[in-house]
Design a protein. Structure first.
Ligand SMILES: C[S@@+](CC[C@H](N)C(=O)[O-])C[C@H]1O[C@@H](n2cnc3c(N)ncnc32)[C@H](O)[C@@H]1O
Length: 334
């Protein structure tokens, strides 16, 4: 998925730095926690190396994807995928609220793709409720649905707005595809606010990748949240935002960020803590250093990085196309 803050292209830098600081090597089987997991790429890369991975995110669509990547081992068979892809479209929640043909005033998907998405989402729930598929297959199908439908969205990149005219990639006929199966130990996935979860987990390495700025994930990915939950929410305004239901992150506000972060570090029961952040984030490097240094030995690694595509689409007035990506490291002593 093209996700704000995805660490897909920084995986080598993250693995190299974590190995350098901790001395861990692939196959050592340590407990690795990825508690702002997003698309789950970081946790999944450690599961592949034999780690027991603890994963968490406040968003439910992310929980769904991580249930598949971190806990899943079974996959749906091809005949079930064919059956789902052959369903006739249904005028369900997606069509009625996100497609222009229903006169809702929104244009996130073509009418046909919206109806196909509804038919598949309804069928997945029905199969699960009738005990025709296991919980693992349920999450495999939902994760596949979230990941696939995103490729047909008529947006510039996120769901903060839709485009007036249907763009080329959104015109193609929507097809459900499964995500690749991740081999490795079965981990544990949570869907909680990290500052509440932190008291309940412990391990070797804690990897932190919070939002860097004030853009809330609940607002930028609200359509995926609704498709994942399929809970008929009341939608508001031109873009059809759902109620954030306590999903507004304190890491997106300068007022709450520093105290929330310090609280997290203070309560973490992990020997090593790594924080990804960049040079344009709400918290500056000195503030991070000051907080982390209070709890043990601190070090910082950097890598230059190409900015997320949406930054160019939005009016953020930042020149240049590269940012500096930091990996702040703490060996916890207190
Ligand atoms: C920068 S993204 C993580 C990207 C991820 N590392 C990846 O590669 O896809 C930050 C994530 O933190 C989640 N988040 C924000 N505040 C949170 C909180 N208080 N507790 C748990 N998750 C939170 C967001 O939903 C988002 O998925």
């Amino acid at each position: 998925m093209n996700y704000i803050g995805s660490k897909y292209s920084l995986l080598d830098f993250i693995h190299k730095t974590i190995s350098e600081v901790t001395g861990y090597a692939s196959g050592d089987g340590f407990i690795f926690a990825d508690l702002f997991a997003g698309t789950g790429v970081v946790g999944a890369s450690y599961r592949k190396e034999g780690c027991y991975v603890i994963s968490n995110d406040i968003q439910y669509y992310s929980y769904v994807i991580n249930k598949y990547c971190i806990e899943g081992s079974e996959n749906a068979n091809a005949s079930l995928i064919n059956e789902l892809n052959s369903l006739s479209g249904t005028e369900g929640f997606v069509y009625k609220n996100y497609c222009a043909g229903s006169n809702c005033g929104r244009n996130y998907f073509t009418d046909e793709n919206g109806k196909r998405c509804d038919a598949i989402r309804i069928k997945i729930e029905e199969l699960y409720n009738q005990n025709k598929i296991s919980e693992e297959i349920y999450f495999a199908l939902l994760a596949g649905l979230i990941n696939s439908i995103d490729k047909y969205a008529n947006t510039a990149s996120v769901y903060g707005a839709f485009l007036k005219h249907i763009k080329k990639s959104a015109q193609k006929q929507f097809k459900l595809e499964l995500l690749p199966r991740i081999e490795g130990p079965k981990g544990k996935v949570y869907n909680e606010d990290i500052n509440e979860l932190i008291a309940k987990v412990h391990g070797d390495v804690l990897y932190l990748d919070p939002p860097y700025n004030s853009r809330q994930y609940c607002a930028n990915y609200h359509v995926l949240e609704t498709i994942a939950r399929y809970d008929n929410p009341v939608l508001k305004g031109k873009t059809g935002l759902r109620d954030s239901n306590g999903q507004k992150s304190k890491y997106c506000s300068k007022r709450t960020l520093a105290s929330e972060f310090e609280n997290l570090i203070a309560n973490a029961k992990f020997k090593y803590i790594f924080l990804s952040y960049n040079n344009e984030g709400l918290m500056d490097i000195d503030a991070i250093k000051k907080i982390m240094s209070k709890y043990g030995a601190y070090k910082c690694f950097t890598q230059s990085y190409k900015r997320f595509k949406a930054d160019k689409d939005e009016n953020r007035n930042i020149s240049g196309s590269e940012t500096v990506e930091y990996l702040h490291c703490l060996i916890k002593e207190r």
